[in-house]
Ligand binder design. Structure first.
Ligand SMILES: Cc1cc2nc3c(=O)[nH]c(=O)nc-3n(C[C@H](O)[C@H](O)[C@H](O)COP(=O)(O)OP(=O)(O)OC[C@H]3O[C@@H](n4cnc5c(N)ncnc54)[C@H](O)[C@@H]3O)c2cc1C
Length: 330
């Protein structure tokens, strides 16, 4: 029997995908709720778990030439995927090679950030203690310059290899344009540019037990503060605004001095804690976490996020910027 033809209404590029990606590795209509930590999101028309970086580097130029809409994801821990999903190819980055060393540690961008920390720590390399408990991949961390406890990935980067404008090339760290929870890759959503691998400068010669002990202290702090329900971490970015910080009674002195206002502080003061839209809620434990209380949809999260933004803007005159990225066909 000949294979079922695609419906005539399907765009031409859709037919190209199984010619570029081995059919045995492709899934069709894969529910994205399975691949995002918010547990929401409709189907990806095609879904490819990419397991080695060379295949990924070979496939991307061909997808580009065929004009295939693609979205590369890591662990989906910073994503709000639309209920209608993504009418293209979702590539899940599962490339996992790490080479810990001096002067640089090499990592594929599909490596889990926590696993990179553990592999480095085993070799006595420090610098990523704060990364334990950030649930994404190294690639996702690069895109948003992930960080915690005053550490960020940006300053550790020495080189990235990226697929950009149709070709694969190496770039220096300045090319990434790192800012607070931001890089050049966030300026085009979904990003067509894909970061394939990275060299990081970690500090060698450390004691494995001491490195682990430092990470465990951060992890304990994190557990005490963060809700257990499914979330995408902090939903909104903190606000850098000295005048606003100075005007807020109740904001701790060190934050006033630094001119930093946590989004969670604004959400709490605006009375958003405990708010609900359908199955999405503002966590009782941390007002910057929007959580899935069981049966939320992406639309519930969108409504809740917009309601919080409107309330905070009305109260403090600040439009909160979202740290979580809305992707898919909204
Ligand atoms: C409980 C919890 C706690 C968190 N705590 C923190 C925290 O302390 N600090 C912090 O910074 N973040 C935190 N986050 C947010 C999130 O984990 C990070 O942003 C993480 O780095 C995202 O990685 P990911 O692989 O899941 O990316 P995804 O969510 O899969 O993707 C995010 C974006 O990056 C793009 N992308 C992913 N990989 C690549 C690549 N290789 N090339 C190009 N684009 C790519 C995607 O297209 C998407 O636009 C937390 C999240 C949760 C759920």
């Amino acid at each position: 029997m000949p294979p079922e033809p695609y419906p005539a209404t399907d765009p031409f590029w859709l037919h190209q995908i199984p010619e570029i990606i081995p059919a045995a590795e492709l899934r069709e209509n894969e529910p994205m709720a399975r691949h995002t930590t918010l547990r929401v999101g409709g189907p990806a028309r095609f879904f490819w778990p990419a397991r080695d970086v060379d295949s990924l580097a070979r496939a991307l130029p061909r997808l580009w030439e065929a004009n295939v809409p693609y979205l590369l994801i890591g662990h989906g821990s910073n994503l709000l995927m639309a209920d209608s999903g993504f009418r293209g190819l979702v590539i899940q980055n599962r490339c996992k090679t790490v080479r810990v060393g001096d002067p640089v540690t090499y990592s594929d961008c599909g490596v889990s950030f926590g696993s990179l920390f553990l592999q480095a720590a085993r070799g006595g390399y420090s610098g990523l203690e704060w990364a334990i408990g950030i649930p994404g991949t190294v690639g996702g961390a690069l895109v948003s310059n992930a960080g915690a406890y005053r550490g960020n990935i940006g300053p550790l980067v020495r080189r990235v290899r990226a697929f950009h404008d149709g070709i694969v090339e190496n770039y220096g760290p300045e090319w990434m344009g790192f800012e607070y929870r931001d890089s050049r890759l966030r300026r085009e959503i979904p990003p067509r540019t894909v970061v394939l691998d990275v060299d990081l400068a970690l500090t060698g010669g450390g004691d494995h037990d001491e490195i682990l002990a430092r990470a465990k202290r951060y992890q304990a702090e994190r557990r005490a503060k963060q809700p257990l329900e499914p979330s995408a971490g902090s939903f909104f970015k903190n606000v850098n605004d000295r005048d606003l910080a100075a005007s807020l009674d109740g904001l701790p002195e060190p934050l006033k001095a630094a001119g930093v206002v946590p989004a969670g502080f604004l959400n709490m003061e605006a009375g958003c804690k405990g708010w609900r839209e359908g199955g999405a809620g503002v966590a009782d434990k941390h007002a910057n976490f929007l959580v899935n209380l069981g049966d939320a949809t992406a639309t519930d999260f969108r409504r809740l996020a917009d309601r919080v933004k409107t309330e905070v803007q009305g109260r403090f005159g600040v439009l909160l910027e979202e740290e979580v990225l809305s992707v898919g066909d909204w």
